[in-house]
Ligand binder design. Structure first.
Ligand code: C5J
Length: 238
């Protein structure tokens, strides 16, 4: 009779996070050029992109490990159809930014699908077979096929990474929590332009006994994956 492997455990707050890696998806939220690259939309609004770029190296390590064991990896991108028919006027018109959604920006039209700035940064670019969810809102579930995708793969837990912590990461975690998913947020793999929001955003996830989920550093997550990582291949001696 086949034995069921015990769940893996991550040293996390507010208490250890248990998960089955084959019922878990790594989710990379909106690691897009316009949010992360110098010269992009985020920087043009006066933000320091280095606050987000520090997530790239730890996230690359996590992505590599998840790919190595064959975990589900899902990427998201925030953006709109070229005719902006999926952008509610409230989102288009709010505030008085120097650049609005759809305007020509430094890397193409701002937050429009198919434009250079809308795409994912090279360091974390999806490989063949990794779904990319294009979302018009902040949350990954709203007006997308994300929920159906997770259900079709039997996913019950999400390891959530990406930007920005208090906006699209938080919205997605809250949506997921209400739908019954267990969410682990990797604190060094999520980023905000605002250090105070980064701190508060993370604290809010794990407050009150894990009201939205768990938080842990990527090193703790990688340590938990160690027992299921494939052995490194020894170099061939000729
Ligand atoms: C995301 C935003 N991805 N800050 N968007 O968080 O508008």
């Amino acid at each position: 009779m086949a034995t069921v492997p015990p769940p893996l455990q991550v040293d996390a707050a507010p208490y250890p996070f248990s998960f089955d890696p084959f019922a878990t998806a790594l989710v990379l939220i909106d690691m897009q050029r316009d949010f992360l690259e110098p010269g992009g939309f985020g920087e043009s609004l006066g933000n320091d992109v280095n606050e987000l770029r520090r997530t790239i190296a730890p996230l690359r390590a996590v992505l590599g490990a998840c790919r190595a064991i064959g975990m589900t990896v899902v990427h998201t991108r925030e953006g709109h159809l070229p005719d902006l028919s999926d952008c509610p006027p409230s989102k288009l018109l709010r505030g008085s930014p120097s650049l609005r959604i759809g305007d020509p920006g430094p890397k193409g039209r701002i937050l429009v699908r198919g434009e250079e700035g809308h795409d994912i940064i090279e360091e974390l670019y999806p490989v063949a077979g990794e779904p990319v969810i294009d979302k018009p809102g902040k949350g990954a579930f709203y007006a997308t096929e994300f929920g159906e995708l997770l259900a079709s793969r039997g996913i019950r837990s999400l390891v959530v990474t990406g930007v920005t912590t208090e906006v699209c990461v938080h919205t997605t975690v809250r949506e997921a929590n209400d739908r019954g998913y267990e969410c682990l947020v990797l604190s060094d793999c999520v980023g905000s332009y605002f250090p105070q929001f980064q701190r508060a955003g993370l604290e809010m996830v794990a407050a009150q006994g894990g009201i939205f989920g768990w938080i842990a550093e990527s090193a703790a997550f990688l340590a938990a994956l160690a027992p299921v990582m494939p052995a490194p291949v020894a170099p061939q001696l000729s």
